[in-house]
Design a protein around this ligand. Structure first.
Ligand code: HXC
Length: 258
């Protein structure tokens, strides 16, 4: 299928989604979010893809939901919008690892979209924020929930109540982003990380991701149970037998991804 608002590309086992509404700083209309969800569906179903990378352009990852589209909407319009079917959960429920490469503005829905990914790699010019309050609304796809889990109550309240932006250094200090790199190195660094992840055992990567995500859903003792069971389950993988044999034989493993 062809997309209107995003550009997709497959390269070195990485599925790249580039938001492409530069004149509107990649504002996320419902159509954009639906296209992102469809692209994730496609990459998830493609055995040739081991990691998904989502990015914008140098000035903006995404400056939030499309305010011009939202402005005339009523409560019933929003009630009828299926938030789970749109970007609202599709990236977060993707079983393959996902990376957001963020340059420039990641505001409102843009920050929320980045937070749906497993890893955020930011350029040094990135800014994050939840400015919805300045529009008389509040975050709607994770800005009060994923942000609070990522950076804690103090910072999340500060951002959601004042609507201020935080720069890349503060975002890294706060634990929102995994790495900060110079803006001209962003795509190289993010692609290298994505390729590396894609080269790993796919089932092991899926299990590692699943286990980390459980930490946000359950108690420590239940999370430890899940981790232990998944760890044991890796001993049924051909990739696990091969990975350990390759280490002992001082060679690179060949993953069967089974
Ligand atoms: C629609 C947007 C937009 C947005 C920017 N534009 N952000 N259009 N929705 N979220 C448009 C502008 O109207 C303008 O169009 C063009 O993009 C360039 O933006 P400027 O404002 O001229 O650029 P600049 O002066 O550099 O300021 C950048 C900015 C500012 C600080 C990022 O654009 C801004 O504050 N944007 C809104 C940020 C925001 O409030 N996001 C939260 C949205 S609510 P024209 O036609 O004038 O050239 C949200 C809820 C999530 O995300 C819930 C999920 C369902």
């Amino acid at each position: 299928r062809t997309f209107e608002h995003i550009i997709i590309e497959s390269k070195d086992q990485v599925g790249v989604i580039r938001l492409n509404r530069p004149k509107m700083l990649n504002a996320l209309s419902f159509a954009v979010l639906r296209e992102i969800a469809a692209a994730v569906d496609g990459f998830e179903a493609d055995d040739g893809i081991g990691c998904i990378l989502i990015t914008g352009n140098e000035k903006a990852f995404a400056a939030g939901a499309d305010i011009k589209e939202m402005q005339p909407k009523s409560f019933i319009d929003m009630l009828n919008e299926d938030f789970k079917a749109i970007g609202g959960d599709r990236i977060a429920t993707c079983r393959k690892p996902t990376i957001a490469a963020v340059s420039g503005y990641a505001l409102g829905g843009g920050c929320e979209l980045a937070m749906m990914c497993d890893i955020i790699i930011a350029s040094d010019n990135a800014t994050f924020g939840q400015p919805e309050i300045t529009l008389g609304t509040i975050p709607g796809i994770g800005g009060t929930q994923r942000l609070t889990r990522a950076i804690g109550k103090a910072k999340a309240m500060d951002l959601c109540l004042t609507g201020r932006m935080m720069d890349a250094a503060e975002a890294e200090r706060s634990g929102l982003v995994s790495r900060v790199v110079p803006v001209d190195k962003l795509m190289d660094e993010a692609m290298a990380a994505a390729k590396k992840i894609a080269s790993m055992s796919r089932p092991a990567a899926a299990m590692a991701k699943d286990a980390v995500n459980r930490a946000f859903e359950t108690t420590l003792s239940e999370g430890m149970n899940v981790e232990r069971d998944l760890f044991r389950a890796t001993f049924a993988l051909e990739d696990r037998a091969e990975g350990m044999a390759a280490f002992i034989e001082k060679r690179k493993p060949t993953n069967k991804n089974r």
